[in-house]
Design a protein around this ligand. Structure first.
Ligand code: NAD
Length: 330
């Protein structure tokens, strides 16, 4: 299988870039990485991969991307953190074109396996009202009341995968990612998620000497965050094992946003004055991953400690911040 063609859609993005790197490192000789962004904006590019610029909302682009493919991983989507998805619902929903055309192209190319990156945003909002959250089981996605825009697209696309399997025999796998973090991802510009945003704010506060931080919401919202290497390992395990239904892929180490800030402050060796922006986008009050099913299917769950992963993430964002600052000065 190491010489079969593996396609990663969204390979210029955060998770896609790590997946391409991991496939090459594991000895896959033919990896095609596809993204809409100009190459200089890809988070990681690998010369050994067949790197292509394509707009995967277009059906012919999906056909070109999937041509001769053995396996396809669809990680391409117009997405970002809460600040982006709450204000760009139509753009998020237009990603439905990507997965729909990718499924059609994968069926046409007779690919062996198709992976779809879904999200914890598919879960019913009623189950996420309290900060003192009960971890979300896969069945909690129905009755459907997902995150408006982004979550509806994910739920619909999951369903589309299911019916391509049932009606056309295309072997699909769906993972519901819970907040993934790590280096080589978005850390500024408006699409970043909480872990990267908090690192950037703390680095900025430290370097400017203005020891204050804005926190979106009350800081009491609860979440879990998955280290990128756990995500990549989980994608591989889910793709290559008998996991016939959408499954949680997330950490179950639950923290409040205030606790996440505590962790990063500790890494940075600083304590800041916190100001809470109650009008800012903050998402649901509480969300955690119930990992019963993934442990049943795979005998494994994401288990990297948040403080360990955040230390590496902070170090990488620190470097990016310093390089950007240097560029601005010179
Ligand atoms: P990302 O934004 O870094 O990567 C997505 C990539 O898709 C980007 O590089 C983007 O340019 C590309 N893309 C967008 N529209 C495209 C198009 N029309 N044609 C080709 N490429 C296109 O995001 P990510 O964090 O790497 O997320 C990957 C997948 O995982 C997405 O489907 C996302 O919804 C899902 N997900 C991510 C998280 C997370 O915490 N990062 C959580 C849940 C689900």
């Amino acid at each position: 299988m190491k010489d079969e063609l593996i396609v990663v859609a969204g390979g210029g993005g955060f998770i896609g870039g790590h997946l391409v790197g991991s496939l090459l490192q594991r000895g896959f000789t033919r990896v095609r990485s596809v993204d809409i962004k100009p190459f200089d904006q890809w988070y990681q590019t690998f010369d050994q991969a067949d790197n292509r610029l394509l707009d995967l909302r277009q059906k012919d682009a999906c056909e070109a991307a999937c041509k001769d493919a053995y396996e396809v991983y669809n990680l391409a989507a117009d997405m970002g953190g809460m600040g982006f998805i709450e204000n760009n619902k139509a753009l998020c929903m237009l990603s439905v074109l990507i997965n729909t055309h990718m499924l059609q192209a994968a069926k046409q190319a007779k690919v062996e396996r198709f992976f779809y990156a879904s999200s914890a945003c598919v879960y019913n909002a009623d189950k996420q009202i309290s900060e003192d959250v009960v971890a979300l089981k896969e069945e909690d996605a129905y009755p459907g009341m997902p995150e408006d825009g982004y979550g509806w697209e994910k739920l619909f696309s999951e369903r589309m995968c299911r019916h391509f399997t049932e009606d056309f025999g295309l072997y699909t796998r769906v993972a519901r990612f819970h907040n993934v973090y790590g280096p080589h991802g978005t850390w500024d510009g408006g699409r970043e998620k909480a872990p990267a945003a908090i690192c950037r704010k703390i680095i900025t506060a430290k370097s400017s000497g203005k020891h204050e931080i804005d926190i979106w919401g009350t800081g009491k919202q609860t979440r879990s965050f998955m280290w990128i290497d756990d995500c990549i390992k989980g994608i591989d395990l889910i793709m290559h094992n008998e996991v016939p239904e959408p499954i949680n892929l997330g950490s179950n180490e639950l923290v409040t946003i205030n606790q996440l800030v505590d962790i990063v402050e500790q890494i940075a060796g600083i304590t800041l004055t916190r100001s809470y922006q109650l009008d800012a986008p903050k998402g649901v009050n509480g969300r955690n991953s119930d990992n019963t099913l993934i442990k049943q299917y795979l005998g494994w769950e994401p288990d990297t400690k948040l403080c360990d992963g955040m230390a590496k993430t902070y170090a990488w964002i620190h470097e990016q911040h310093a390089a950007k600052h240097l560029n601005q000065v010179s």
